[in-house]
Design a binder for this molecule. Structure first.
Ligand code: SF4
Ligand code: SF4
Length: 443
C-alpha cells in the first residue's frame, strides 16, 4: 500500500471526481467502519468509471486501501452494476481480504450516495445527514485512484465519457482545462448539424450553451444531442412555463412521490405536494419545506410523471429559496422502515428509462482511449470544488510545468479555507488570469 497522508491528498488537489467536487482530504478526516467505492454510474450512456476500473484496477484498490486506513474502516466494498460481469469478475479476482464487490441492479438511481449506502449496507442515512452518520464513507472510482498516487502526482487529468450523437463514443483521458468542444472533436465530432452539449448526464447534468466551456476535476461526461431531442427541449423550458403547465395539468396522481428515491428512503419529501402548492400560494412558487430533501435526481420529471410535468424543478426552485431565506426543518420526521417495504420494487429499470428519454438510438459504449488528449491551451478554473475559490499563486508570463500548483485555497483563521489547490495540466506559459481562470499556453 502506498504511503499517503491526508496532507498529501490535500496538496494533490483531490476532490470528488463523480460530480460533487467535495474536497477529499476533508472526507478522509472522518471515521467510518466501511468505505464504499461508487462505481454505480447510473447516468445513461456514461461509462468512464467502469473503463477506469478495468484499466486501473490495481491503482483503485491501492486507493481503497489508503482511504480505509485513513478513516479506520475495516471493510471496503465496490458497488458496480452486475451487468459489467467482466469487471465484477476482475475485481473478485483482485480484491484482497476485507474488500469485496456488491453487484447492483441496472436501475436509476444507483449512484446516489443515500441509495448506494442503503443498497449495499441496508443502512438508512437520515434526511439532511451524510454517509458518515451511519458509519460509511463513499468515494468515486477515479477519486480512489487519485488518492493512491496523491503523494507523487497531483490531479491534472480527467476521464470523461463522450457519447450520444458523436461519430465514436469514447472514454477520454483529457488534461483538466481543455474545452468541451475539443473533447467532442476527439470523439469524431458531432453527427448532427445542431449539436447541444449536456454535461454530466441527462438526468442530473445541465445543458451547456458554451461549447468552449472548460473541463474541470468534476466533469464526468458530455452527451451530444440534437435541438429537437426531448432532453434538450425539457432543459429549455423556462420557469414561467414550468409553473403554468404544472398548475393546470397536475392531477395529483402522486406517482412522482411514490417513485421518488428519497421518499422511498423514508425522507419527508413529497413532490406531488410541492406541485399542489403551486396552486394556492400567493407568490406563484412552491412552498413546501420537505423540498429541502430533494437530491435533484430528476426521476420525477423525466420518468415518473405521466404528464411530463417538472416536479424536480419545482422542488429545487423551492429548495434554493428556502436556503436563501435560511429556513431549515429541524428534526424532520423520518420513516426508516419505508425502504424495506418499497425500495426494491420501485426502481426505474435502465432499459425503460433509456426508452422514455429517446436514448436507445445511441451506441451505449465508451471504450477507453488512454492517450492523454493534447491541448495547445488550457484554462484552469480557480474553483473546481465545493468551498472557496483558490487564489492564484502564479502571474502572467510565468513558466509552469505540468503538476505545479497554480492556485491555493485562501487562508481563514490561519488555516486553508474549505477547498483544494489547483495545478497546471500542461507545460507552458501563463498567458492570462481572468474571470477566475488561469490560462496556460503550451510552450
Ligand atoms: S406525477 Fe405528475 S401529475 Fe402526478 S402528482 Fe406528480 S407532477 Fe402531478
Ligand atoms: S428530483 Fe424528484 S424524484 Fe428526485 S429526489 Fe427530487 S423530488 Fe424526488
Amino acid at each position: 500500500m502506498p504511503n499517503v497522508t491526508i496532507q498529501d491528498v490535500f496538496q494533490a488537489g483531490v476532490v470528488g471526481a463523480g460530480g460533487a467536487g467535495f474536497p477529499t482530504h476533508v472526507k478522509l478526516a472522518g471515521r467510518a467502519d466501511t468505505l464504499l467505492i461508487n462505481a454505480a454510474e447510473c447516468e445513461p450512456l456514461l461509462h468512464k468509471d467502469k473503463e477506469v476500473l478495468r484499466e486501473y484496477v490495481d491503482a483503485v484498490i491501492e486507493g481503497m486501501a489508503v482511504a480505509m486506513q485513513l478513516v479506520g474502516a475495516g471493510r471496503g466494498v465496490v458497488g458496480i452494476k452486475e451487468k459489467y460481469q467482466d469487471v465484477v469478475e476482475l475485481l473478485q479476482s483482485k480484491l484482497p481480504e476485507k474488500m469485496d464487490v456488491a453487484p447492483l441492479r441496472d436501475a436509476y438511481p444507483a449512484g446516489d450516495e443515500f441509495v448506494l449506502v442503503y443498497d449495499i449496507l441496508k443502512r438508512v442515512i437520515p434526511p439532511g445527514a451524510i454517509p458518515l452518520a451511519v458509519g460509511a464513507v463513499v468515494m468515486n472510482v477515479e477519486t480512489a485512484m487519485n488518492v493512491a498516487v496523491a503523494a507523487k502526482q497531483p490531479v491534472t487529468e480527467k476521464f470523461l465519457s463522450i457519447a450520444g450523437a458523436v461519430a465514436e463514443p469514447v472514454t477520454l483521458r483529457a488534461p483538466v482545462g481543455v474545452t468541451l468542444r475539443e473533447c467532442v472533436e476527439a470523439a469524431g465530432g458531432p453527427t448532427v448539424s445542431d449539436p447541444n452539449y449536456v454535461v454530466g448526464g441527462v438526468m442530473m447534468g445541465y445543458l451547456e450553451e458554451n461549447h468552449d466551456a472548460l473541463v474541470d476535476k468534476t466533469t464526468g461526461g458530455v452527451l451530444v444531442l440534437p435541438d429537437d431531442h426531448v432532453v434538450v427541449r425539457r432543459r429549455r423550458q423556462d420557469w414561467p412555463q414550468i409553473v403554468r403547465i404544472g398548475r393546470s395539468a397536475c392531477d395529483q396522481c402522486s406517482f412522482c412521490t411514490e417513485l421518488c428515491p428519497r421518499w422511498l428512503l423514508g425522507h419527508p419529501i413529497e413532490p406531488h405536494l410541492a406541485m399542489r402548492s403551486l396552486e394556492f400560494n400567493l407568490v406563484g412558487e412552491s412552498n413546501v419545506i420537505g423540498t429541502a430533501f430533494c437530491c435533484e435526481c430528476n426521476l420525477c420529471s423525466l420518468y415518473s410523471c405521466p404528464e411530463d410535468l417538472d416536479p424536480k424543478n419545482v422542488c429545487t426552485q423551492n429548495k434554493r429559496r428556502l436556503m436563501q431565506e435560511k429556513k431549515r426543518w429541524e428534526n424532520p420526521p423520518f420513516n426508516p422502515r419505508r425502504p424495506e417495504l418499497h425500495m426494491e420494487n420501485r426502481k426505474a429499470p435502465m432499459r425503460r428509462l433509456m426508452q422514455k428519454l429517446g436514448l436507445t438510438q445511441f451506441r451505449n459504449v465508451g471504450p477507453l482511449n488512454n492517450t492523454v488528449l493534447r491541448a495547445a491551451r488550457v484554462g484552469i478554473k480557480l474553483k473546481q470544488h465545493i468551498g472557496a475559490p483558490c487564489e492564484p499563486t502564479v502571474a502572467v508570463g510565468d513558466q509552469v510545468t505540468k503538476g505545479q500548483p497554480v492556485g491555493q485555497p485562501p487562508q481563514a483563521n490561519g488555516q486553508p479555507a474549505l477547498g483544494a489547490p489547483v495545478h497546471a495540466s500542461i507545460d507552458g506559459t501563463v498567458a492570462a488570469i481572468d474571470d477566475g481562470i488561469i490560462w496556460i499556453q503550451r510552450r
